[in-house]
Structure formats: C-alpha cells, structure tokens
Ligand binder design. Structure first.
Ligand code: CLF
Ligand code: SF4
Length: 503
C-alpha cells in the first residue's frame, strides 16, 4: 500500500464531520485531516464524497455490453446490477458517440465533474471500448474525472492501463471473500477461455478481485468496494468482507440492498430471495462503520445515468438529441460555475457549524431519523408531493448525519394526491420522526401526523443540516420538559418497485 493510502487507512480516509471528531465517510464536509492529494480527488466526486453529491453530478456512458461472469441477481437483458438498478436497459454507444455525449452534457451541466463507465456489462470485459472512450474524453474534456466500475475478474490484467489513462477512481463489486458463499451468488465465471462453476468459480473471482484491489491501492488509485447485501446469504459475512477490503487499502465501502423481483427474471428474483429492510441495511452499515468509511448515498444508478445522484437527466441526452446539439466546451465557464458552487458549499457548512455549536453541552443519547425532500444543493427545496426520494438524516447531540435515502412513488399525480402512494411513502419513512419539506398539502399532513411523522414545512428553502439541528434542539427541549415522550420508531421498507420504475 503506498504511503498516502496507508495514511488514509489509519485515519479512516476522512476528516471530521463538523468538528465533533467523529469520522465520517471520505465524504466529510471539509478536508479535515485528509491528505491534500486525496481531498483533491474526492472533493467534487459525487460518489466518493457524500457532501459533494448534493452539488456535483456524474454521468455514465453505456459502452461496455459484454460480461464475463454471472451473478444470481442479474438478468443480462438488463444493465449490470453491480452499479445500476436491475430491470433497466441503457442506450448503448460507441466510444465516439460517448465522447460526443460527454462534451454535450458537460457543456449543459457545468457541475458534471465525473464520467463513469459502469456497464451495461462489465467495462473490463470490453477493454478496447472502455479505454478508447477514456482516451477520447481525456483529450476533449480534460477536467473531467474518469471513473470505472468492475466485477474485478480481469482487473489485475488492466491495472497498468487504468493507471496510464489517469483513472483515479475504481469500484470493485465484492460480495464475498469465502468461495462457499460465493458459489451461492455466482453460478459461473468465464476465465482464460474456460467456464468455471461452483466453488472453483468463486475462488478464482475472489482471488482476482482482492489481487486487483491491492494492485490499485499500491498505485494510489482510490478504490471503492460495492457489496450487495443478500439476507441469509452474505449479510453476516459482509463484516468480514469489510475487514478484508479495508486491510487492502479500499477507501470506501458501499453496501447496497439487493433489489429483487420476479419480473426481472433473475435467479434470486424467481426463487423469492428477499432484499433487506431499511433498518437491516442501516444496522450492517453502522456495524462496518467502525472499520472504515461507508457510502450511504448510492442511488444504484443506470449505466447511462446523467445528473445529480437521485435525479436522472439521461432522457435529455439521447443520441438523436446529442447529434443535433451545438456544443461549446468552455472550460472557463465550467470553472466559474464550480467556484460558485464551492462558495455555496462553504456557506452551508458554516451555517451547520454555527448551529451545531448551540447544541454543545446538551446531554442526551436520543437519536432520531428525519426524512428530507430536496432537489439538491443541500436545501429543503422540494414539495412533499413531488418527491421521488427522501434523504434520511440521523440526528443526535453530535449533529446531523446523512444515513441514506428512500425511493418512493410520486404522491402528487398532477392535481390530486394518490392515497395508495401515500401509504407506500409512509412505509418507506416509517422509521423517521419527521419529514422536512418545502410545501405540503393538508391531506398528507394529517395522515403523516397520524403515523407519528411530524410534517415540517417551516424551514422551506433553508439548509438541511442547520434546520434539522434546530428542529432536534426543540425536540430535545420538549422531551426534557415532558411535553412529549420520546418513542423509538419501527422499521421501514426499501421500496423495490419504486427503485425499479423510477429512472
Ligand atoms: Fe459512476 Fe460508480 Fe463512478 Fe459513481 S456511480 S462508476 S463511482 S461515477 Fe455512484 Fe451510482 Fe452508486 Fe455507482 S451512485 S451506482 S456508487
Ligand atoms: Fe450482471 Fe454485472 Fe454481474 Fe455481469 S457483473 S452478471 S453484468 S450484475
């Protein structure tokens, strides 16, 4: 492991989350004690920095159709489920079309800072197309960070090429380090012109993944590990995976819920394998957090996703539309826009810090979750009825910590509220004590109250974390005075349908 990565491993790769000395994911609001070289790499990468994901966008280009393994949660009719949502089919591009698309998107969305290749198959099972795309983009859009996601089978063969194209961020999906568990997830791998099955296949895969991870971290390339949490198969085992990848220098661990439905036609979908509940996922992420940085803001995006995580603007940039677009790649405009974003970011962090100081001295071990409707920029700026997802923060005397998001079906159906959707929204945020929104109608308000979720619209268009801390202070005061009793909430659903149907 190189010196910087060693330093990272010791410091858990991160600064502090607002001065309370608790580690937060490589994703803290500021540089903290993170080495400058690492901070430069993560500060505007929306996946490697939770805080950056409110402000910066990524895009994927679907140039890599083939795959060399089979996962039981994947149907090859659809995009790779290791880095995208099952059941989604992306528009495939040639490297030349991809390069044109990147320039078109970067000219339209100046906060788009990262280009990732994540499918629709495995990028390293399609090395020519993947590296040709990187080569073209690094020439035409040199300020864009290059990112790659792989199942890791052929990773050791490509590490030098990855380094030579200045790809600074690589994700490897590692679901197990025990081949017996692996045999329940992977029916086969295709390696060196031969198909392997069962434990032998899983043995080859885990060795290649861990070797690739070590080789990358030795070269100072930031590595994220994705793991799909499959209850009853690898849920307990992922703690061991977490330790194995941490010891090999991984920067970030992203434990994602299995999304599984019969209509996907996957082995797990057809045999009724369930995904985890929201609290099962959070408990596993919490237990691994003592070991290393956990990513909790992954949206399991499509292989052709465009925009902020959680929004998807891919429909604006179809091949037909791109071919007609006049693009002007202006580096100065992009820089100026991003400088403005950095100013907003600083103001938001300062506001949070100031509010946090007013909590100093509060003595309580109460922790509550709150849901937030937001369109980005760290603001409470979405109407309840228009929200396709809610961001979830855990509030305690240490402050407001982002712990996840919940996809939901849209409540507002253009003029009227859909009662069926409302009940699924309530199930998705059932573990939250409050929901912060820019606006909400009378009907959903009373249903939320009846479910024990406080609808809060008084902080409309204000900063999320600052407002949440203010609300939490008042909540603690009411508990202390006996005005209300603090009651722990139950579990919540991870809405499989909403994850599948929303682009
Ligand atoms: Fe794409 Fe992945 Fe790079 Fe991000 S996505 S290749 S690291 S630029 Fe991000 Fe999307 Fe989650 Fe991936 S939210 S699925 S973690
Ligand atoms: Fe599907 Fe991705 Fe697994 Fe390949 S690596 S089988 S594309 S989920």
């Amino acid at each position: 492991m190189n010196a910087i990565m060693q330093q990272l491993a010791e410091h858990k790769g991160c600064g502090t989350d607002g001065g309370n000395s608790k580690p937060s994911c490589g994703s803290s609001a500021g540089q903290g004690d993170m080495p400058t070289e690492i901070w430069e790499k993560v500060k505007n990468h929306p996946c490697y920095s939770e805080e950056a994901h409110h402000h910066y966008a990524r895009m994927h280009v679907a140039v890599a159709p083939a795959c060399n393994i089979q996962c039981n949660y994947c149907n090859r009719k659809y995009d790779c489920a290791n880095e995208s949502r099952p059941g989604v089919v992306s528009e495939r591009l040639t490297p030349e079309q991809a390069a044109k698309k990147v320039v078109a998107v970067a000219s339209t969305i100046p906060q788009m800072t990262v280009l990732g290749i994540a499918g629709p198959g495995d990028p390293l099972a399609n090395p020519e197309k993947t590296f040709k795309t990187f080569e073209l983009i690094s020439r035409t859009a040199p300020d864009i960070k290059l990112c790659l996601s792989t199942n890791g089978l052929t990773l050791p063969d490509h590490v030098d090429t990855i380094a030579s194209y200045n790809v600074d961020h690589v994700t490897i999906t590692i679901n197990m380090v025990d081949p017996e568990i692996g045999a329940k997830i992977y029916p086969w791998v295709f390696y060196k012109h031969k198909r392997y099955t069962g434990i032998e296949a899983a043995q080859i895969l885990t060795e290649r993944q861990l070797q690739g991870l070590e080789m990358l971290t030795e070269r100072g390339i930031l590595c994220k590990v994705n793991s799909v949490m499959i209850p009853g198969i690898n849920d307990q085992h992922l703690v061991e995976v977490n330790k194995a990848v941490k010891s090999r220098g991984a920067f970030l661990h992203n434990i994602m819920p299995l999304i599984s439905a019969p209509e996907h036609g996957t082995v797990f979908g057809l045999n009724g394998q369930r995904g985890p509940s929201a609290q099962e996922l959070k408990a596993l992420q919490d237990s691994c957090e003592g070991e290393m940085n956990m990513m909790r803001h992954c949206r399991q995006c499509r292989a052709d996703a465009v925009g902020l995580l959680g929004e998807d603007r891919s429909a604006e940039f179809t091949t037909d539309k791109i071919m007609e677009m006049e693009v002007n790649y202006d580096l100065d405009t992009r820089k100026a826009y991003q400088a403005k974003v950095e100013e907003e970011r600083k103001a938001k962090v300062a506001a949070k810090q100031e509010e946090l100081e007013t909590l100093a001295g509060a003595d309580s071990d109460i922790k509550v979750l709150v849901a937030v409707a937001t369109k980005g920029s760290g603001l409470i700026n979405e109407h309840f009825g228009h929200a396709k997802e809610f961001q979830v923060y855990e509030l305690s005397t240490s402050g407001a910590k982002f712990v996840g998001h919940r996809r939901v079906d849209l409540y507002c159906q253009g003029g009227y509220g859909d009662e069926d959707s409302l009940s699924t929204v309530i199930k998705a945020i059932n573990d939250c004590h409050a929901v912060f929104v820019a606006k909400i109608g009378g009907c959903p308000k009373s249903d939320l109250q009846a479910a024990g979720i406080d609808p809060v619209d008084q902080y409309a268009h204000e900063y999320i974390e600052k407002s949440a801390i203010t609300w939490f202070k008042k909540y603690l005061e009411k508990v202390t005075s006996g005005e209300i009793e603090h009651v722990q909430h139950g579990d919540a659903d991870i809405r499989q349908g909403a994850l599948i149907s929303v682009a």
